[in-house]
Design a protein around this ligand. Structure first.
Ligand code: EPU
Length: 417
């Protein structure tokens, strides 16, 4: 287990470049096997979730090469083997192999996916979607066998606009017969990215980015080259860092409209943001006032930025409120933030009140999950003294070279084994 050690309270200047989106790349990679050809994905983040997907592909006999921000995937000699549990349990997104293998072979066998323990995270809507397309789902002790004689398009209404279910149903439906309509679909930029990629391979998907997605099944998909959309959560995380410590700090290579729910809140708190076509710059931090945030599905405030926002709220004057509506267990970062000197109360694991402004001091803390870990990094950056964050493997699953990127702009941060 590695740790990140930070000496806090140093101003940050220069540029932080944003990479490709984790939550898009982890869907595009399983999606690539839907064609029997070669796919080249560019702008792929160098994070451990991608290595885990590479291992799954190799276990299925796929010819895969992971290089400097690219992955090439040739599934022409692929075999539809059972995905070993120790591989699928490494990451949440392994569930996209359910839709992809079902769509391609009409049969898939795998275990319940892994990922951060931030809530119950059921997959009932994914399974309901597969069943609507004509599949039969069997489950025994978390092992799923999903089979279909053939898949036929249908109208599928999602009880909640789930990102995973929307993408998984698209993957299962692109090669199905007839038309599939997903209603109350999730609208996140990652959904649009996956639909654009599938269309570039020959799929017929319309409406991605709206609550109603239509998929006309096609016989076959072909290989392509595609570049992953910028990571809006990585971008948002560094814009929060810039708001706290920026001395002419520019976050580049992002799509500002994808993080408008964050930037509008930061501006409401008093942050002066210079927002360009593909960058956000903070010249100098300031005196901020408390704000209220409620997590929502896109385009609302993303749950994935809720934890990274907490250190910012400790620096706002007054009482800020957070309402977490997506996950049942996404305040695991709060006890350590309080240990560092913040004044925060959590109610019913759904609401938090942050009484600001507080000065944080360095402590030994832990990354309980990916975004909670990012939150602790930001706490360390703004604290007096030394912060040591243990269990940082969680952070490295989703943030490419977080230590290198922050060091380059002046942070006193290192990773130790
Ligand atoms: N839900 C159900 N049934 C389902 C699926 C989801 O009830 O079958 C519920 C969940 O319990 C949750 C809500 O719907 O309360 C939203 O879940 P969603 O399916 O949208 O989340 P996900 O697909 O499991 C992805 C990201 C998460 C991100 C959420 C929301 C990936 C691999 N993960 O998860 O990312 O929080 O969408 O935007 O794309 C992260 O990056 O740190 C992360 C957790």
């Amino acid at each position: 287990m590695s740790s990140i050690v930070i000496e806090g309270n140093h101003k940050l200047s220069g540029e932080i470049a944003i990479g490709g989106a984790k939550n898009s790349a982890v869907a595009l990679i399983p999606a690539a096997i839907l064609c029997g050809d070669k796919v080249l994905l560019k702008n792929v983040p160098n994070i451990s979730d991608i290595y885990a997907l590479e291992e799954i592909l190799s276990s299925l006999g796929v010819d895969v090469e992971l290089g400097d921000h690219f992955i090439s995937i040739d599934s022409s000699d692929m075999i539809n083997d059972v995905i070993p549990c120790e591989l699928s349990s490494k990451l949440r997104a392994s569930y996209y192999f359910m839709g992809a293998l079902l769509g391609k072979y009409k049969k898939v066998k795998m275990c319940f996916p892994g990922g951060c323990s931030i809530g119950q995270r059921p997959i009932n809507l994914h399974l309901k979607g597969f069943e609507k397309l004509g599949a039969h789902v069997e489950e025994e002790d978390g092992n799923f066998t999903i089979t279909a004689d053939k898949l036929i398009g249908d109208d599928i209404f999602l009880d909640v606009p789930s990102v995973g279910a929307t993408i998984n149903i698209m993957l299962a439906a692109v090669l199905a017969g007839g038309k599939t309509v997903i209603d109350n679909a999730a609208m996140e930029p990652e959904i649009v990215d996956v639909a654009e990629f599938l269309n570039q391979m020959g799929a017929q998907i319309s409406g991605a980015g709206t609550p109603k997605i239509e998929i006309i099944g096609v016989e076959k998909l072909h290989g392509t080259t595609y570049s992953v959309v910028p990571d809006r959560i990585e971008a948002g995380t560094y814009v929060i860092v810039a708001s706290l410590l920026g001395k002419n700090l520019k976050v580049t290579g992002l799509i500002p409209s994808h993080i408008e729910s964050l930037t509008s809140k930061l501006e409401e708190a008093g942050v002066k943001l210079d927002i360009g076509k593909n960058y956000v710059r903070v010249s100098r931090g300031g005196n901020y006032k408390a704000i209220d945030v409620k997590t929502m599905v896109y385009p609302g405030f993303p749950t994935d930025l809720q934890q990274p926002l907490v250190p910012f709220l400790t620096k706002c004057h007054g009482i800020s409120h957070i309402e977490e509506t997506i996950y049942e267990n996404r305040f695991m970062n709060i006890p350590d933030t309080v240990k560092m000197g913040a004044s925060i109360e959590v109610f019913d694991n759904q609401y938090a009140s942050i009484y600001g402004k507080s000065d944080l001091v360095g402590k030994v803390v832990v990354a309980t999950d990916l975004r909670g870990g990012a939150s602790m990094v930001i706490c360390g950056l703004i604290a007096d003294g030394i912060t040591t964050i243990n269990n940082v493997e969680h952070i490295l699953r989703g943030y490419e070279d977080i230590v290198g990127k922050l060091r380059k702009v002046g942070a006193h941060i290192k990773i130790v084994d």
